[in-house]
Design a protein around this ligand. Structure first.
Ligand code: F6P
Length: 604
């Protein structure tokens, strides 16, 4: 594919789907280089606006900060008059998991201060999506609207925050549309990371409008302060389209700021000014700086996790309190992103579901993916643990260090492959005896401040820091396992319409073939055939993604078929010859390049 074609192709993609030039060679980087690449990509979250471009507002841009002030004022109003009011945060995948984390933490804070808990979360697919990837419900705008209506029944004032990093999830679009049709009750907010004109413009299931229509209506209502669009641009993700990374982090930073600022205004009469908002964001930037100042330790953990995955062993995160949730969130997203098995990277939390405090309660009856307590880990996994499995403890000085010690001692009897991310404070450090139990400890000591709400803010900073580290570890480990080609997730699971389009985009990117040719190859891979029947070609995207759910290596198979012009069976054989997907893809792309050059040469 020539350069011009390639850059036109890139231009047509929204920012959140583009390939980031910083990480283009991440697949060839060693772990220390990878950390530097991720550090530069994450730095873009906090980058200042370039040339006052109105389409590319950044997190610190005044209009973005002003919208945050406006939304925080809505939070304040609801907190001052909580009867018959509600704040709802909703999203799909990581966006829904972050919504859950923020809502539970905020409600807990309100409860501790004897205030009414007025926050609620919605995640597409329900609570099971907190722990496992459930991509199909993301495609259903009607389901989104119905779920919202149910959660808000009887309420007179609702601040609804719909999160879709790529401004693409039909589930969220359905909810925003519902709010726009009931502006007497709802104040809708769209949080995403593309300019409005880049919102998804593909029609949605059983729907006459698309996401972009909704985003434009939201922007129009913003002029009357009836709706708000919060959409700073963060630059492309380090792994193209992987919005769990920068998108997830920025979602956390923005919404925590807005919620806490509203709370400060309601209960401490603090004035909400743009400077005040910027200061909150700067505090998160400090977290970013502090975390990446420990690049060597992060690289060591990437290396260890990569070794485990390469040996087909496992990585287990054992976290305490909300760090347990951060661990489970990171682990669950590896399945759709890298085609990983649920057992490859798994998260556990102390006290299991009673610590989660999710709406639907204990879900362990749903099967092994829903076994999440430390005790469950000991009961079900410890026996089969091998030295190749990496265990990563996630805790802070405020957690029960005795519990940490007891569990670490128990595990040390079976393996020494035990590591930790541990946060403490200048005045309250974690005893060395605890740190010495681990082979690698990423121990970050944070400045201590005695301000009243410091424990809430500190916890948020520890969560963000842990999120950055775990995103780096799981991304780096999958890169080392060969699940990334350049900076593309070439083995993604094609389980909803967005991922289906992304798969076609990836095929176009590498083959230079038309959309039709790429889609046809994708379908042949999905249905394991060389001859697509009319039923297959006529079926809708949801039928295709349902079928793809049970298939492995769908995109690599399609890529090999296009590049080599071979049959489905031959493509499978080619992939079987390579233990590592990246090697298979690279061999295929290189051999066809050589063939093309050779043909060109002989013709001349
Ligand atoms: O479809 C799966 C997924 O891509 C997840 O990886 C992601 O967290 C989720 O969709 C939500 O994406 P968005 O926030 O862009 O709607």
């Amino acid at each position: 594919m020539d350069h011009l074609k390639q850059s036109c192709y890139e231009l047509s993609l929204p920012v959140t789907e583009k390939s980031n030039p910083i990480s283009r060679d991440i697949d060839r980087a060693h772990s220390k280089q990878m950390v530097q690449i991720l550090k530069r990509c994450d730095a873009e979250i906090f980058e200042k606006e370039r040339n006052h471009d109105p389409f590319y507002q950044r997190l610190y841009s005044l209009p973005v900060i002003q919208t945050m002030v406006d939304v925080a004022k809505r939070v304040e109003i609801i907190l001052r008059d909580p009867e018959e009011s509600l704040i709802v945060l909703s999203g799909c995948g990581t966006s829904g998991r972050i919504a859950f984390l923020l809502v539970t933490s905020f409600n807990e804070m309100l409860n501790a201060q004897r205030q009414k808990q007025i926050c609620s979360y919605i995640i597409a697919g329900g609570d099971r999506a907190l722990l496992t990837s459930q991509e199909a419900p993301e495609d259903d705008p009607g389901l989104g609207a119905r779920t919202l209506e149910k959660v808000c029944a009887g309420k007179k004032h609702v601040l609804f925050i719909g999160i879709s990093c790529g401004m693409s999830a039909p589930f969220v679009a359905g909810q925003l549309d519902f709010c726009l049709n009931h502006l007497d009750i709802f104040t809708p907010v769209l949080l995403g990371f593309n300019p409005v004109h880049m919102a998804r413009s593909e029609l949605m299931q059983d729907c006459s409008f698309h996401f972009k229509d909704v985003a434009e209506r939201m922007a129009a209502e913003q002029r009357h302060k009836k709706a708000y669009v919060l959409n700073p641009v963060l630059g492309a993700e380090a792994i193209s389209g992987s919005s769990r990374m920068k998108g997830g982090s920025a979602t956390k930073i923005i919404l925590e700021t807005v919620l806490l600022a509203g709370h400060e205004a309601a209960f401490r009469d603090k004035m909400m000014t743009p400077e005040y908002m910027s200061a909150w964001i700067s505090a998160s930037e400090m977290v970013y700086d502090t975390t990446y100042s420990r690049s060597d330790e992060i690289a060591a953990l990437i290396h260890k996790a990569g070794e485990s995955l390469q040996m087909k062993a496992h990585v287990y995160y054992l976290g305490w309190k909300t760090l347990g949730i951060i661990g489970m969130t990171d682990a669950s997203e590896c399945i759709p992103t890298y085609g990983a098995d649920f057992g490859d990277i798994r998260g556990f939390i102390n006290n299991g579901f009673s610590e989660m405090k999710n709406k639907e309660g204990d879900l362990s009856y749903l099967g092994p993916e829903f076994i999440i307590g430390h005790k469950d880990f000991v009961d079900t996994i410890l026996q089969s643990l091998s030295q190749n499995d990496m265990i990563l403890f996630l805790f802070t000085v405020n957690d029960d260090l005795n519990e940490v010690t007891v569990l670490a001692n128990q595990l040390r009897q079976r393996t020494s492959n035990l590591h930790a991310i541990a946060h403490d404070l200048e005045k309250f450090t974690i005893p060395e005896t605890v740190c010495h139990m681990f082979e690698t400890v990423l121990n970050i000591t944070w400045p201590f401040s005695s301000a009243k709400d410091n424990s809430v803010v500190m916890r948020q900073h520890w969560e963000l820091s842990t999120k950055l580290c775990l995103n780096a570890i799981s991304t780096g480990a999958h890169v080392l396992k060969g699940k990334v080609y350049m900076n593309y997730m070439i083995d993604l699971r094609v389980t909803n319409s967005k991922l289906y389009r992304r798969a076609i985009n990836i095929l176009q990117r590498f083959t230079g073939c038309s959309k039709t040719e790429c889609e046809s190859a994708l379908l042949r891979a999905v249905y394991s055939t060389d001859d697509l029947t009319e039923d297959m070609t006529r079926a809708d995207v949801h039928t295709h993604t349902d079928a793809a759910n049970t298939r492995e290596r769908v995109v690599p198979t399609a890529l090999v078929m296009i590049q080599s012009g071979c049959t489905h069976a031959e493509a499978q054989r080619h992939l079987d010859c390579h233990a590592v997907i990246r090697d298979a893809v690279s061999a295929c792309l290189n051999s066809s390049k050589t063939r093309a050059l050779w043909t060109e040469h002989t013709i001349k």
